[in-house]
Design a protein around this ligand. Structure first.
Ligand SMILES: [Fe+2]
Length: 327
């Protein structure tokens, strides 16, 4: 049994199409999508329409909620601000009610029980919280605090846009070398550490907006294997597919998103060019330098660009500006 795992497509139809071509070659038995189908690359309707006509198992991510919660009491405070949230306003205008209804009826998580395999738990973050994310180099203790109540041993997460393949064990009571307090902190006193738990934690990376300085579309294939080969019963192969990003980059202007979305749309565009986490860097820079990142977005972003020279850095790597680049 081979399972293709896609996540964080973020409206990037050209990236999805490159992955589809690769799936045609791989011929997996099933395909799952672990959230964030939409926003910010401006082919949201096309991505939703493609996916809703497949038999894939799909869950929602936090970006689906930005759309579904908009204009309700659950909306992000301040999301009526057209400068800070112009990109979301553009999204709301450009997803049809039919397409939104498809997203509205998706589950937030799934447990996959394919015949003759071990179960897999899938959620965009962790079950119940879609904005928790994991990294390959993160201390195991921090990850275990988030996943130790999950009964399934194979967990598919997403959200961070980086590929992860981690084996995690809670220390066993009889292990004389184990540190019951973990390496970098204490387990919450009300529960104490469980002992002997094991999990295989995966993130396929992002199809449409990878953030590991590698601009190729990322996805993963899981293959069911005997427990003796891989604990939890699933072996992972990470994949990367090169594709022409120019249509997606051009669409930012031709769709009107770049103009309507202000600095936030520009930051997303830059992330698509560089595969670097520009939005995180921008917020960190504002925090360090005493700027109000949201309240005075236009002024703070101008100061950020002035101080870091990021516009020139991105332009050099942008295939729409640097003709030496063809993708
Ligand atoms: Fe995402």
């Amino acid at each position: 049994m081979r399972l293709a795992v896609l996540a964080d497509i973020h409206g990037n139809l050209p990236a999805l199409q490159s992955v589809l071509a690769e799936l045609e070659r791989i011929q997996p038995d099933a395909v799952v999508v672990n959230g964030d189908l939409i926003n910010p690359v401006p082919y949201n309707g096309e991505v939703i329409d493609y996916i809703r006509n497949t038999d894939w198992a799909v869950v929602r991510g936090n970006h689906e909620f930005y759309l579904l919660d908009f204009g309700t009491e659950r909306a992000i405070p301040g999301s009526e601000d057209p400068v800070r949230w112009g990109s979301l306003h553009w999204l709301v205008r450009n997803v049809s009610s039919e397409q939104a209804q498809y997203l509205a009826a998706l589950p937030d998580e799934r447990t996959l029980y394919f015949p003759a395999t071990q179960p897999i738990r899938m959620a965009h973050g962790v079950p119940g919280r879609n904005r928790v994310g994991f990294y390959q180099q993160q201390p195991a203790e921090k990850i275990l605090l988030e996943i130790r109540d999950i009964p399934q041993r194979t967990i598919i997460s997403a959200h961070t846009h980086v590929q992860v393949d981690r084996q995690l064990c809670l220390p066993t009571a009889r292990d004389p070398l184990s540190n019951p307090h973990g390496e970098d902190g204490h387990y919450p006193p009300e529960t104490g550490p469980q002992t002997g738990g094991y999990w295989h934690l995966l993130n396929p990376g992002s199809v449409g907006l990878p953030l590991e300085k590698d601009t190729r579309a990322a996805f993963a294939v899981l293959e069911s294997v005997p427990e003796s080969v891989e604990r939890g019963g699933w072996r992972v192969t990470h994949h990367r597919v090169e594709y022409d990003r120019r249509p997606a980059l051009e669409a930012f202007s031709t769709s009107g998103l770049l103009e309507a979305g202000g600095p936030i749309a520009t930051i997303f565009y830059w992330e698509l060019v560089t595969a670097e986490p520009e939005i995180v860097d921008y917020y960190r820079w504002c925090h360090r330098n005493g700027y109000d990142a949201d309240g005075d977005l236009t002024g703070a972003f101008a100061a950020y660009v002035q101080a870091t020279g990021r516009d020139a850095y991105v332009r050099q790597r942008d295939p729409l500006h640097n003709r030496a680049l063809t993708r």
